[in-house]
Design a protein around this ligand. Structure first.
Ligand SMILES: Cc1cc2nc3c(=O)[nH]c(=O)nc-3n(C[C@H](O)[C@H](O)[C@H](O)COP(=O)(O)O)c2cc1C
Length: 242
């Protein structure tokens, strides 16, 4: 029997969750463009989740413990309901920025009735879902590929199905990384996104939604086949000697 898990009802729109951390706005802009690509796919919807500087479990202002748990639970629900995740953050010292990493550490260890806290990587929040990454860096050789790989490593570890753009177009005319969408923000961090960077971001959103849709269609077909099999076997006359 398959161990692939479903995210529940399958007639609803596909939910693609974009989790991003952005301090100065470039990643936020990229996230918005990736979202445009997601909704190009028929039946796909997008949820944008901005990661904050503080850990999920740290009270905001005069928030009570109960309010903090509710806020954290609402975020876990958004992750749990997603059919696929696209995660993004700036390249900091050649790796994923720490608030993004901490978000996933916080999610994996959140209090939950169904989470086995000794094995957070088996968590239904992530396992068997398509996952992709995007980043921005000040310079082309400032470590954006390495930052993408640090995100993809985490997705692999969590049992997700990694989706990358792959090498696209003639190699010498292709400034982007094959591992995910990227943008170069320049030394001041204010360089506008190029048309190519925007196109890459849109493509990534569209590709993740397309693949998530195919996976769900496969799951639906599997469920239908099992139901047919059950109906067929229950149609057989009862044989007490069998
Ligand atoms: C702490 C810190 C570390 C950084 N490390 C790098 C780096 O290793 N390589 C690089 O090219 N840019 C680096 N940058 C620049 C950021 O990657 C760039 O400003 C970022 O992509 C902007 O994203 P945002 O506008 O969404 O915050 C760093 C910036 C900060 C604040």
């Amino acid at each position: 029997m398959s161990t692939i898990r479903s995210t529940g009802d399958t007639d609803r729109p596909l939910r693609i969750l974009i989790v991003y951390y952005s301090r100065f706005g470039a990643i936020k802009e990229l996230a918005g463009i990736i979202a445009e690509g997601v909704v190009k796919v028929h039946g796909a919807s997008v949820d944008l989740l901005a990661v904050e500087e503080q850990p999920l479990g740290e009270a905001r202002g005069d928030e009570t413990d109960e309010q903090m748990r509710q806020r954290r639970g609402a975020i876990s629900d958004r992750v749990a309901r997603a059919d696929a995740l696209i995660i993004g953050g700036p390249a900091y010292f050649g790796s994923m920025a720490s608030p993004l990493k901490r978000f996933f550490e916080d999610c994996a260890t959140a209090e939950s009735a169904i989470l086995d806290r000794t094995r957070p990587w088996h968590h239904y929040l992530f396992r068997d879902k398509p996952g992709a990454a995007f980043t921005s860096s000040a310079t082309p050789h400032g470590g954006n590929e390495q930052a993408l790989l640090s995100m993809l490593t985490m997705l692999i570890h969590l049992g997700m199905i990694v989706v990358t753009p792959g090498q696209r177009g003639p190699i010498l005319e292709q400034p982007s990384a094959p591992y995910g969408a990227t943008a170069i923000t320049g030394p001041s961090g204010h360089r506008e996104l190029s048309a190519q960077e925007q196109e890459e971001a849109r493509y990534l959103g569209e590709r993740v939604a397309t693949i998530a849709g195919r996976l769900r269609a496969g799951w639906q077909a599997e469920v239908a086949a099992r139901q047919d099999h059950l109906l067929e076997s229950s149609a057989q006359p009862f044989d007490p000697s069998a």
